[in-house]
Design a protein around this ligand. Structure first.
Ligand code: MN
Length: 252
């Protein structure tokens, strides 16, 4: 059936890891948000928007700038949805109220250009990393989170620093394949949610993987991070297009 509704423009980004130490990326995000206000209908941020998030009450100036940029996007009518990443899994209701953004479940399905599409940050798919999955179950425990969030900011910030250096040390000794998704976990999740397309980040290995499943071609799109690739995935009417942010900023 023909429809006269204009095509929606949907943008996907992930793994921006925004923080005060990377001032250039903060600026880039503000430019991205400003440009997206006039170019996009909806934006999905698929996790690790922030390098670290110790609670919606952090009040850090760098965080404030990001919150303001997203709030401006929402006010201009762009729908912003955010998945929690493994760095910013404590994003909560106050953040949503301030930004107008919607927090998504760990797995969310959308219809993207008519195709059932599964969205997730990506860490839950890395099931070969059993140590991380155990750690994740602990830090995602709602009771522990409530206790953590009720403690003083200075204490939370010390804990976060400690956890971060521990993560970096353990990543240095893990085999690269452990830190990637497991194909059977991918297929099982796509199957469970009835999706032939999956979009995620987290692994910092941007690519499009196509594979056959029961006679169909299924697709897994991995978004790039904002360390090296500065990527945005632009979906309009045709195939999704991966652009660098500077290309996006100069696009009409
Ligand atoms: Mn991540």
């Amino acid at each position: 059936m023909r429809t006269d509704a204009p095509a929606l423009t949907t943008l996907f980004v992930s793994d921006l890891h925004l923080c005060a130490e990377r001032a250039d990326k903060l600026k880039l995000f503000e430019q991205f948000a400003e440009h997206a206000r006039r170019r996009a209908d909806e934006i999905y941020i698929l996790g690790d928007l922030f390098e670290v998030w110790i609670g919606d009450d952090s009040g850090a100036p760098a965080h404030r700038r990001v919150v303001d940029a997203i709030a401006a996007l929402s006010r201009s009518g762009v729908r912003v949805s955010i998945t929690r990443g493994n760095r910013d899994f404590l994003l909560g209701q106050k953040f949503c109220n301030e930004t107008g953004a919607t927090l998504l479940d760990d797995f969310t399905t959308i219809t993207l250009q008519g195709q059932q599409t599964l969205l997730t940050h990506g860490d839950v798919l890395c099931t070969a990393d059993t140590k991380y999955q155990k750690f994740r179950r602990v830090v995602r425990n709602p009771v522990l989170q409530a206790v953590f969030l009720a403690s003083p900011l200075s204490w939370r910030s010390r804990i976060a620093q400690h956890t971060q250096s521990g993560t970096q040390a353990s990543m240095a000794v893990k085999a690269p394949e452990i830190m990637d998704v497991e194909q059977e976990t991918v297929v099982a999740a796509m199957h469970r949610y009835g999706c032939s397309q999956l979009i995620h980040g987290h692994t910092h290995r941007p690519d499009t993987h196509e594979f056959e499943h029961q006679g169909e071609v299924w697709r897994r799109i991995v978004l790039g991070d904002w360390y090296e690739q500065d990527e945005v995935l632009v979906c309009r009417d045709a195939e999704p297009r991966s652009l660098r942010i500077d290309e996006f900023l100069s696009s009409a």
